[in-house]
Design a binder for this molecule. Structure first.
Ligand SMILES: CCCCC/C=C\C/C=C\C/C=C\C/C=C\CCCC(=O)SCCNC(=O)CCNC(=O)[C@H](O)C(C)(C)COP(=O)(O)OP(=O)(O)OC[C@H]1O[C@@H](n2cnc3c(N)ncnc32)[C@H](O)[C@@H]1OP(=O)(O)O
Length: 231
């Protein structure tokens, strides 16, 4: 495999929708790095839920432990600098993403699959760290996940765009700790403008729907694809 083929294989959105089964195929490369970064993020997600969702009598020991861990990681880590990679969809790029980033403990993360018609689906449950109204998912989190799902639907159709307009209709509260399903698809493309839409269901209940207009950045096509994003 050539270096450019390998880079393409590692990008999000390069899965062939035509190869998908009725369960869909994962859209993102599975990133179980030998370094353990993905596992570290997974444990930090556990911590995140425990800290936001529990009341403790005394956590001073835990504070010390976490501070020592943060000091250690700061000392041994090599920061990922966005200016070192301009390309969309590389592991360096998407690893830090707040919705799908396997390296980012803030992300749920979404684990999208793609279907033969290039529809992208993600099933997940969200815990108390994503709470807005009591027992319900925060509307801003719903917007974040919609934005990402629309972007991924574009990626599944081999295009990328900056969000120019995002409209969300919240139809019914989105429950915490319940199976949720996002589905997104690209609707149409005119020049650099891309329209995509998505739904969010809890069971049979439509919680929210989204429509987005994305504008492809200048200089992202074909031979220019690896150049830095120019917006
Ligand atoms: C090809 C490679 C494919 C490879 C695929 C593989 C992998 C993909 C990889 C990764 C994908 C993974 C994840 C992606 C997931 C999520 C994406 C997250 C997206 C974001 O988180 S992104 C951050 C928030 N977002 C911004 O930060 C945008 C700030 N903004 C700007 O950067 C500019 O504003 C921009 C670029 C939008 C436009 O600027 P510009 O100068 O390039 O273009 P211009 O203004 O000329 O507009 C051109 C035409 O769009 C129309 N237009 C523009 N804006 C409009 C609006 N609001 N409403 C209605 N129409 C609008 C104009 O009216 C004109 O239309 P017309 O041509 O018909 O006249």
């Amino acid at each position: 495999m050539t270096a450019s083929n390998e880079a393409e294989q590692n990008q999000v959105g390069t899965a062939d929708p035509a190869a998908a089964s009725s369960e869909g195929i994962p859209l993102l490369p599975q990133d179980e790095t030998p370094s353990g970064s993905t596992e570290l993020a997974r444990e930090l997600r556990r911590l995140r839920g425990l800290v936001a969702g529990s009341v403790y009598e005394d956590v001073h020991d835990a504070v010390r432990t976490v501070r020592e861990l943060a000091d250690h990681l700061e000392a041994v880590g090599k920061p990922v600098r966005p200016k070192d990679y301009g390309t969309w969809g590389t592991p360096e790029h998407i690893g830090a993403n707040p919705a799908i980033g396997q390296r980012n403990p803030v992300s749920p993360p979404l684990e999208p699959v793609v279907f033969p018609d290039a529809t992208v689906r993600a099933d997940l449950e969200l815990g108390i760290e994503y709470q807005g109204p009591p027992g319900c998912v925060h509307g801003g989190i719903v917007a974040l996940l919609f934005d990402e799902m629309l972007g991924l639907a574009n990626a599944a159709s081999k295009s990328v765009g900056m969000t120019a307009d995002l409209r969300i209709t919240y139809s019914s509260p989105t429950p915490l700790y319940a199976p949720l399903r996002f589905e997104a698809r690209q609707d149409r493309v005119e020049g650099r403008k891309i329209w995509a839409s998505a739904t969010l269901h809890a069971g049979n209940t439509l919680c929210a729907s989204a429509e987005g207009l994305f504008v492809e950045p200048c200089g992202i096509r074909d031979h220019e694809r690896s150049r830095p994003i120019e917006g």
